[in-house]
Design a protein around this ligand. Structure first.
Ligand code: NAP
Length: 246
């Protein structure tokens, strides 16, 4: 039995877990950070909560006799990916990052790059007055001081903590459809979008809708990937896994 620890919290991790669950000879444990109250459907064994840094992850791998570590966390989950790479280097356990491809710019896209949320917030005054904001419920502090801009904030979990004074909050989980995003933008007279450069299909509809309406999109750039081998698709991750076993 090959014991696989899958660091999840993404659609890709879910897809990989579904595929692996059907493979004989593998035991899968999916690990979630425990940030969402309703993580949704899962396959294989599930654990939740931080490990306690690199030392904690190394202990967990040893205790659970893990043979392979696959990091399929979100492109912006930089800390856990760094910990996974460091732990794999320290323990010698084969390690792979499944990192979904970034979105690519198409004709008509009006993207403005930002290095982080603070940079995105600094770019808004003078650009927009009604902003669709999808940076996540824990990344809103930077926008809180923008007193004269109205925000439509869509998150998976309800927003707690600092947020802009003028705002409307929506909770929803993708995938989203382009027609619905168009309707939303028009209904709320949105004149700019702020998003992380997350990539993936589930949340691409807002990018397509912004293009259709000619809206600027402030695109917060991804953190640099942690060291180690990277694949972009679930199929490539499964191929890698077969080779590890061989
Ligand atoms: P992060 O900043 O890289 O991680 C912070 C800490 O949370 C890690 O050091 C680790 O704690 C714990 N952690 C994170 N992911 C974990 C996992 N899959 N299993 C066990 N512990 C985990 O991560 P984040 O940006 O807060 O994201 C948390 C989770 O949400 C990730 O699993 C990610 O896939 C998912 N997610 C993130 C975003 C995003 O925009 N960042 C978007 C969608 C989904 P210890 O050091 O104690 O081990």
């Amino acid at each position: 039995m090959i014991r696989v620890l899958l660091l999840g919290g993404t659609a890709e991790a879910g897809d990989l877990a579904r595929a692996l669950d059907a493979w004989p000879g593998y035991h899968l444990i999916t690990s979630l950070a425990g940030r969402t109250t309703r993580p949704g459907e899962h396959h294989g064994e599930l654990r939740s909560g931080g490990f306690g840094g690199v030392d904690g992850l190394a202990s967990y791998l040893r205790e659970q006799a893990i043979d392979v570590l696959i990091d399929a966390t979100h492109p912006f989950a930089a800390q856990i990916s760094r910990h996974a790479a460091e732990t794999a280097a320290r323990t010698g356990i084969p390690h792979l990052r499944l990192l979904r491809p970034a979105w690519t710019k198409r004709p008509g896209d009006r993207w403005i790059d930002a290095i982080d949320c603070a940079d995105a917030a600094a770019k808004l005054p003078g650009l927009a007055s009604r902003v669709f904001l999808t940076t996540g419920h824990r990344d809103l502090d930077a926008f809180a001081p923008l007193d004269h801009i109205w925000f439509l904030i869509r998150t998976i979990e309800p927003v707690a903590g600092p947020r802009p004074r003028l705002c409307c909050r929506l909770t929803a989980r993708g995938p989203f459809a382009e027609a619905d995003e168009l309707t939303l933008f028009q209904e709320y007279s949105i004149d700019a979008v702020v998003t992380k450069a997350s990539g993936g299909e589930a949340t691409y509809a807002k990018i397509a809708a912004a293009r259709r309406l000619g809206l600027p999109v402030i695109m917060i750039q991804r953190p640099p990937p942690s060291p180690g081998p990277i694949v972009q698709t679930t199929d490539d991750a499964l191929t890698w896994l077969r080779q590890v076993r061989a």
